[in-house]
Design a protein around this ligand. Sequence first.
Ligand code: FAD
Length: 402
Amino acid sequence: MRIQKVIIVGAGPSGLILGLLLSKQGIQVELLDAGAELDKQPRAAHYASPAAYELARAGVLEDVKARGFLPQSFAWRKLDTTFVAGLNHAALPPDYPYKMVVLPLDRLGKLLCEHIQRQPTAEVKWSHKVVRIGQDQEQAWVEIETPTGLQRSDADYVIGCDGANSTVRQELFGPEYPGETLNAQIIATNVYYDFDRYGYWDSNSIIHPKNWYMAARITTDGLYRVSYGDIPGLSREEYLARQPQRYEEILPGNPKPEEYRITNISPYRLQQRCAPSFRVGKILLAADAAHLCNPFGGLGLTGGIADVGNLFDALMGIHKDLADDAILDKYSEVRKRIWAETIDPMSRENFRRLHDQDPDKARENDEFFQLCVKSETDSELAKELALGLDVLRHDMTQYYTK
Ligand SMILES: Cc1cc2nc3c(=O)[nH]c(=O)nc-3n(C[C@H](O)[C@H](O)[C@H](O)COP(=O)(O)OP(=O)(O)OC[C@H]3O[C@@H](n4cnc5c(N)ncnc54)[C@H](O)[C@@H]3O)c2cc1C
């Protein structure tokens, strides 16, 4: 079946990457986003090798690298900054093309928009909020609230890339998003602060029962992402008011507000959730609309981008008559399994590692740290650890039947 048109709900990173991949194959793509412009909240910045692979296929990886950078070093430390264990991506061959790349999400979105605007078969429509969806034997359709009134649009497939509160998912399965909200609160901040002075690496995770946090360089001009824990259950205003005190308690040098400059701040709840299925007929789900995890280890969007690559290959199998549409059931099955067996347990463990162990014994007791220690003198193991997230990748072309 030749696919003429696909509607993608949500012009976040997952929707834009899928839109680029499909429109570059000549498929007409209508991208609908409820927002008036790209989201600017401090969220993803690190995209591991499975995401880099899909960014390359979408033709944007070199630009992402040019505007961002390739992080080399990942450390876990005690609150007093003492080194506990670390990983070094210098172990990867210099010409390995899919190294983890860092670029704050709003800058990635801008870059993706620039690329998609060059595609004659793609159209991005802002202030277009999908409120209902449906399908029959022939087509899938969406009803859209626009600045000029309610509109309807149809296509061969509708894909929900509309994030954690996905309307597409709720239309398919109701308001419940199966899973749980963890009893923890993080405050994500983007901040200019001189962490170099304290010997910090590109990424630093601080192990402490209360004052755990992560500080990672996210631009080449010294902007850091600091995500720290706080008491659950307070209001946004209360979290913002507590920020100077929390920084002073946890950051090296116990800085006062005049010693740093925050450019973004946003509280987030930590959620582990997965939709019942990523396919109902001609309607599909990907990325945060389909599954959520806490941000420690950067598995969220990396997993979402890996979904998008798999969905692209499944749709191309149908488009090129190499597979029938049962490949979309396979897409759902494979991506749900990868979430349940890898993303969910691994992200929980990444978070647990920060707050639920004795920092003084972590280097000896934590199994992952034992591997990190071994990799200090074993370059093959160091390489294996640097490519650990490749388990999120899956080859969908093996299900092509012709
Ligand atoms: C603090 C923090 C740090 C993170 N760090 C990382 C990291 O380093 N690496 C990583 O891989 N992941 C990370 N993540 C996770 C990552 O940010 C998300 O997984 C990612 O942004 C999800 O992308 P998405 O395209 O699925 O959804 P979103 O980015 O949420 O985009 C959804 C889009 O859909 C639109 N939309 C919603 N409803 C509708 C509707 N009804 N109609 C039309 N449009 C609609 C929205 O306006 C939005 O533009 C982090 C998350 C947080 C909170």
